[in-house]
Design a protein around this ligand. Structure first.
Ligand code: KIV
Ligand code: ZN
Length: 520
């Protein structure tokens, strides 16, 4: 069996999803969960792109213990030095550098000839090898690169010392047959093919990212790059959870294994969904709410007689727990802690004390506290620990066909402030009040509400995206059993992130300016 490495780029390419903007704490939390999931490499960010991204890569490099951490840079010495600086304290650092090789990118974006591109690859891979043992090189837009030139570029990178060659399908153009053939061509033409790791990085524009990645594996790739839930630029990246389970279920066919701890998939996917504000479609493979639901009578009958009739994947394989009994007001501390442990949380004594207090408060308003409620409770707790201000009072007056009004009180270390404002709707009134209290001018670009659990006493989870005057987006999340309070918390969360500049992610325009200003 071959061992397939999983390279997670949720925090780099995944964060390139419009409206997704993780802060440092969230990124570290995600990286630690990725470590539990067993990925081999975490791509923590693109340090030269912004001071915030640099800080995140540094924090992740320091927090992660056993998993390799890498970061992205262009073929430029200053990018490589910035990665070196950010990963100075990482235990297993790697670097990932890229340069486009397709005609359209070389002519219009880089304005470089083939010769210049080859020289740049040679120079920068050698330069990176001075600081990193493992240098990964990506010929960007490889699938639209003239094949003979792609082989030359890959050969140049290997000769200069690259130990990993990643083949990106940057615009999601390829299909499984062609992508498999591309790897077969590399194998046939690169004498050192088996001495380095070949990797694939697929985008999902035509919905084929996972299939393309598996085709690469069939033809010699030993590493899959992707993100959790497939988040990423445009239509996203290869969904790593899908690729991992496909390899496992069809290992007879692929003859491959990985280090992925499959029963951590659900927790990881839930975390990414919550922090990115991107809900998982019910019918999504592996982690969607319907993935293990059998609706038709014939299917239900078959599954009751023998699950193998219609159940390809056992829910517990990926950490989906069915029929776990909800907790309630009679549940004790021990049951509470053991359920949190089942869900993958390891809290210290102080955190347990606090979360148990929240749990008891929740039991006063909810008859049954489900796993989703527990995830929400822990998310709330960690938000409160990092938040610099909280809403301590919210009052809304609603009038049919009239102007709505809100009173909001915010507490922070400097004291308590209260204000009131009106709006066409209750949410607008609350958000105008928060704007006045924080003396800010933000525009709301997205508002999304979902019930975390079924039933009338469900908790509400609200996700908002706001933009500041520079157009930088900030995502906020708020959870509460009252929809208005959840909405207020989400807006405050996004507002506080916008005040903690520099942002970890710059706007597309700012980023393009930084990256193109000195491109050549
Ligand atoms: O899609 C792409 O080409 C990339 C590279 C930086 C690998 O993300
Ligand atoms: Zn990409």
């Amino acid at each position: 069996m071959k061992q397939i490495q999983f390279f997670d780029t949720t925090l780099r390419d995944g964060e390139q999803t419009p409206g997704v903007n993780f802060n440092v704490n969230e990124k570290v939390q995600i990286a630690l969960q990725l470590e539990k999931l067993g990925v081999d490499v975490i791509e923590a960010g693109f340090p030269i792109s912004s001071p915030g991204d640099f800080a995140c890569v540094k924090a992740i490099g320091e927090a992660v213990q056993t998993t390799s951490v890498t970061a992205l840079g262009r073929c430029r010495e200053q990018d490589i030095l910035r990665v070196k600086e950010a990963l100075a304290l990482a235990k297993q650092p790697q670097i990932h550098i890229f340069l486009a090789t397709s005609d359209v990118h070389m002519q219009y974006k880089l304005k470089m000839s083939k010769k210049e591109v080859l020289e740049s690859i040679n120079h920068h891979v050698r330069f990176a090898r001075r600081f990193f043992d493992i240098v990964q090189f990506s010929p960007e837009d490889a699938t639209r690169t003239e094949r003979a030139f792609l082989i030359e570029a890959v050969q140049a990178a290997i000769s200069a010392g690259a130990k990993v060659i990643n083949i990106p399908d940057t615009v999601g153009f390829t299909n499984p047959t062609e992508f498999g053939q591309l790897f077969a061509d590399l194998k046939a033409n690169i004498p050192q093919f088996d001495e380095v790791i070949f990797s694939c990085h697929c985008h999902n524009d035509l919905g084929m990212a996972v299939s393309n990645s598996l085709a690469a594996i069939e033809h010699g790739a030993l590493r899959i790059e992707g993100s959790i839930n497939g988040i990423g630029e445009r239509a996203g990246n290869t969904a790593l959870e899908e690729a991992a389970v496909a390899l496992h279920i069809r290992k007879g066919f692929y003859q491959a294994t990985s280090h992925i701890v499959l029963n951590q998939i659900k927790n990881t996917s839930d975390l990414i969904s919550r922090l990115s504000g991107l809900p998982i479609p019910r019918n999504k493979a592996i982690v969607g709410a319907n993935a293990y639901a059998h609706e038709s009578g014939i299917h239900q009958d078959g599954v009751l007689k023998n699950p193998e009739t219609y159940e390809l994947i056992t829910p517990s394989l990926v950490g989906v727990k069915k029929n776990s009994l909800p907790l309630g007001k009679l549940s004790g501390r021990h049951a509470f802690i053991s359920r949190l442990e089942d869900l993958g949380y390891s809290l210290n004594k102080e955190e347990i004390d606090q979360s148990f207090r929240y749990f008891k408060q929740l039991c006063d308003v909810k008859k049954e506290v489900t796993e989703a409620d527990l995830h929400a409770l822990i998310a709330e707790q960690s938000a409160e620990q990092t938040e610099t201000a909280v809403i301590s009072h919210l009052q809304v007056q609603y009038m049919t066909n009239g102007v709505q009004s809100a009173v909001v009180r915010i507490e922070n270390k400097d004291g308590v402030r209260e204000d009131a404002a009106t709006g066409a709707g209750s949410i607008e009134a609350i958000y105008q009040t928060i704007n006045r209290l924080l003396k800010q001018d933000l525009s709301l670009t997205s508002y999304h509400i979902q019930a975390i659990t079924p039933g009338q006493d469900a908790q509400a989870e609200v996700h908002v995206v706001v933009k500041d005057a520079t157009g930088t987006p900030f995502h906020g999340i708020g959870i509460d059993y009252d929809v208005l309070m959840a909405s207020a918390k989400a807006y405050l969360n996004a507002s506080l992130k916008s005040q903690r500049l520099p942002s970890t992610k710059q706007t597309k325009t700012q980023l393009t300016e930084v990256l193109t200003a000195d491109c050549n």
